[in-house]
Structure formats: C-alpha cells, structure tokens
Design a protein around this ligand. Structure first.
Ligand code: SAH
Ligand code: F3S
Length: 483
C-alpha cells in the first residue's frame, strides 16, 4: 500500500455544518475529504439540498442522508473512505432508514462498482452531476439504487450560490475552473473531474460581491490549474481555437480575471490555487505585483527536479524552465512566497533524479511543501505503461529526505520574518490558546498573536518576535490601513 507524508494536509474528513433554514425538516450529514475544490463542491451540494428540505447536522446518528465527498488522488485517500463507510454501516444498524451517498472523485472512478462492493451505499454521484441530486434522491426513496457519473462539457455550477460550510465568516473559496486537460501521467484527476472548462467571470464577480456584502475579507480562486482559465463564452478550453473571432477577441484569461477581481474589490484579499508552472505567464506576475490586495504567494507544484522525470510525468517544462520562472517571480514580486508539491519515487526515478529534486529545492528554498510517495492510480498512463519500480523503502527514504530539507527551508523562511512587521487577516482563535488570534500574512504563513481588542476579520499589523518552521509568533501593533 502506498504511504504518504504531508505537511499541513488535513487527514480527517471535515464534517460540514451550515445555518439552519426554517421549514427544512430532513437532516443531512455531509463530510468532505481531499482538496479545497471538494470542500467547495460540498458547499454547492448543501445549497442544492437545502432547496430539497435538508438542513445539515453534525450528528451522524441523526442523519436521514449521509453524504461523503471523496478523494482518489492516492491509494491511501481511498482506503480512508472505505474505513469511513464501515463506520456508517455501524450507525445504519441503529438507524436503518438512513441513506448513504458517495460523491466526488471516488464515485466517478469506481461508478457502479461502488454499489456492488459497498452494500451500504445507496447513491453514487460524480462531480459534474450534483444538479441531478433531487432526482436521484427520489430514485432511492422509491427503493432503487441511484447513480449519475456523467461528466459534462460545460457544467460550472456558476449560478448555484454555495452555502458556506464551517465558515469562519472571513475567508471563502470561489471555483473558477473545473476539470483538467493536462494529463500528467501519474494523476487520476483528468479521469475523475473531466475536461477543463472555465466559469463566466460575471458569475465569479457576482459570487464575490455576495461574499463582500456578508463581510468576507479573503477569497481564494480555485481550480485544478487556475492559470489556464479562459472564458470565451463557455465550453471546453480545448475548443477555444474553433470559437468565433469575436469570442476569441473578447476572451478573458487568468491575468485579466485577477485584474478584474482586484480592481472591483480593492479591500478584498485574493489568493489562488493551483498554478501549473507550464501555464503561468508573466502577465499574471505583473498583475500580482500591481495589486496590493493580491497576496504574494504562489503554490507552484513541480513534482520533481529532474527533467527526465518531468518528461515521464508529462509535465510540459524542464527543470531549467521552472528555474527561469522562479527567477522571474523573484524579480517581479520580490517578497513572493512559493510552495511545492513533490512526488518521491515516481516510475524510473534514479538516485541522481532524486538528487536533482533536492538541489532544485535548494535553489528555490520553498516556504512550504506538500510531499508524497508515488502511489500508482488505476487507469492513468503511468499505471498502464510504466512499472512502479522504485521499492517502497527507497520511496520512503527519499520522501523523508525531501521532507527534512523542506523543514530546514521552512524554518529559514519563517526566520526571515522575525523583527519585521506583517499585515495579518484575523481568521479565528489559535488552536493552542484561547488568548491568541491566528491569521495569515500575505505570504500565507500562519501568524499567532495576543488577542488584545482586535476581532475576527480585522486586518492588523503584527510585529514578528519569534517563529517555528510553520508559525510566526508576534505582537499586534495597530489596525492596518486595509480595514
Ligand atoms: N492541479 C492540482 C493537483 C491535484 S493533485 C491542484 O489543484 O492541486 C495534488 C498533488 O497530489 C499533485 O500536485 C501531486 O503532487 C500529488 N499527486 C497526484 N497524483 C499522485 C499520485 N498518483 N501519487 C502521489 N502523489 C500524487
Ligand atoms: Fe493532475 Fe496534472 Fe491536472 S497533477 S490535476 S493532471 S495538472
């Protein structure tokens, strides 16, 4: 079985609750695993089901309907979900009327097999089929299993207003693209989330307006590959070249979308995730440099520092091109923080390739990272064509070396802030102490400081006194001028 080690990844599912709508009598227990996109999708699902008489509950035992939004990215993610289904099984013995549905990437990957393999499951719904939930629920009410795993060419849920689940009332996710066309050979996402399509910028701006009206202060624009955002009236990204001349001439790309957002909402902080290096262009960097309200932080997964491995992964850039992009980022946005995703032990990875990864890390000195041992995923090109030939103990050793080096770099990066003053948006109470607030600076590093008279949602200038490799510890000085 694949092993993984991650800094800062949520291993637990998040139980999601939202405000109770009057008149709704049915109870929905919804949990989300995996990426931020799944969490945002769960908010869309809760919104659709709220119209069907469901309020969320935190108690599994009380639920009429249990939904789990699943992740397929690594084998371990799927094993976690299977275990969770056993727990539902135990509860269903006490509450036999409870229905269980599986959403998301595992639903899409396994399709009917889920209904065969896991008797507890009544409902299987893929990421593009959530609008069909009311019909599917009717099917199960009538005693049939229900499944919809159709992938779509144009579904973006642009008109569904997500209900904010477990929200701190300060920061929210807004999806801007769905799916991915990149076909990295290790990755299951193109199969589970379908082809890439972008959302109408007007519907994105409207969603941000609604969030601004309810006092949200920070938006993270989400997509598998945000830099490849392209709106030309709707439809698949790959069909852009066939669109009319007018559609092509008036198209909006990611740099333009960022510009629109930052200009329309000057007090709102913007972040985005994830950037694929091959699609990031310099206009994005210039837009970031121009707007103070776009955070100086780029999550820039590289996966490997070896050009040979990058090629085998079907990443469309070399080690040198990636370094050039990093140089440009440092030139255009000197205070920009960078983070990585790395995969240790991909098919054919030699010791030399691994050393290339470590030396690339030395070159960039990432602020943080998300690091994994390669986990073969059924159906991907790598699974079909490339032997998973790096022994598990070697994968683990290389992964440990990568993690240890990242820890050193993270500490160097956080130390760099000591003595400086940074602007922090207060998101909530520190996990370790109810006397301290926690928030993040522009570079996405967590900052903890004494509460004094500040409150959640305030932008505060904080002087940094101390740090660990993951956290800055400081003293609030004053409100920042962004309030
Ligand atoms: N573009 C996406 C990437 C999704 S997958 C995004 O928005 O984040 C997130 C990370 O999981 C990848 O960058 C990669 O490092 C890791 N990953 C994907 N498939 C994997 C596999 N088969 N084994 C190990 N790690 C994998
Ligand atoms: Fe996966 Fe590569 Fe897309 S990692 S999500 S196929 S950019």
């Amino acid at each position: 079985m694949a092993s993984e080690h991650v800094i800062e990844e949520k291993k637990q599912g998040q139980t999601l609750i939202t405000e109770q709508k009057e008149g709704n009598s049915k109870k929905l227990f919804i949990e989300s695993y995996g990426c931020q996109m799944n969490l945002n999708d769960s908010e869309i699902v809760a919104s659709i089901l709220s119209e069907q008489g469901f309020n969320t509950t935190q108690k599994l035992e009380d639920a009429d309907l249990v939904l789990v939004n699943t992740c397929s990215i690594r084998e371990k993610a799927e094993t976690t979900i299977r275990k969770r289904l056993q727990k539902y099984n135990a509860v269903k013995r006490i509450n036999p009327k409870m229905k269980v549905g599986v959403l998301g990437c595992m639903a899409e990957r396994l399709k009917e097999k889920f209904l065969e393999e896991e008797k507890i499951v009544d409902l299987v719904v893929g990421p593009d089929a959530y609008r069909d939930l009311p019909n599917l629920l009717q099917e199960i009410d009538e005693g049939r299993d229900a499944i919809n795993v159709l992938l779509s060419k144009d579904e973006t849920y642009g008109d569904v207003s997500p209900v904010r689940l477990n929200s701190n009332g300060v920061s929210a996710f807004v999806s801007i693209t769905r799916g991915c066309d990149n076909m990295c050979t290790f990755c299951v996402v193109p199969f589970t989330r379908g082809r890439e399509r972008s959302r109408d910028p007007q519907s994105i701006l409207k969603e941000i307006q609604d969030l601004a009206d309810t006092n949200f202060k920070e938006i993270t624009l989400l997509g598998q590959n945000v830099d490849s955002f392209l709106w030309y009236g709707g439809g698949l990204k790959k069909n852009f070249k066939k669109a009319s001349e007018i559609a092509q001439a008036t198209a909006v790309d990611f740099a333009q979308l960022l510009e629109m957002c930052a200009t329309a909402f000057p007090k709102m902080r913007f972040r985005f995730s994830t950037s694929n290096p091959q699609d990031m262009d310099l206009n994005v960097l210039h837009t970031m440099a121009k707007h103070r309200n776009i955070c100086s932080y780029i999550h820039l997964p590289v996966q490997s520092g070896s050009t040979a491995v990058l090629k085998a992964m079907n990443r469309q850039h070399t080690r040198e091109e990636y370094m050039e992009l990093v140089d440009n980022i440092r030139k255009i946005i000197p205070d920009c923080a960078l983070s990585q995703d790395m995969i240790a032990g991909f098919c054919g990875e030699t010791e030399e390739d691994h050393q290339d990864t470590l030396s690339l890390m030395e070159y960039v000195k990432y602020d943080f990272g998300f690091m994994f041992a390669y986990s073969e995923r059924p159906g991907t090109l790598a699974a079909k064509k490339m032997p998973d030939d790096v022994p598990m103990d070697v994968k683990k050793r290389r992964l440990t070396e990568i993690i240890n080096l990242q820890q050193i770099h993270s500490l160097q990066r956080t130390k760099h802030f000591v003595g400086k003053t940074v602007e922090v948006l207060i998101e909530g109470e520190s996990k370790k102490s109810d006397k301290h607030w926690k928030g993040r600076n522009s570079q996405n590093t967590v900052v903890v400081f004494d509460k004094e008279n500040y409150k959640i949602g305030d932008f505060v200038n904080v002087k940094i006194d101390d740090c660990t490799s993951a956290t800055l510890i400081g003293t609030a000085i004053e409100f920042s001028d962004n309030n």
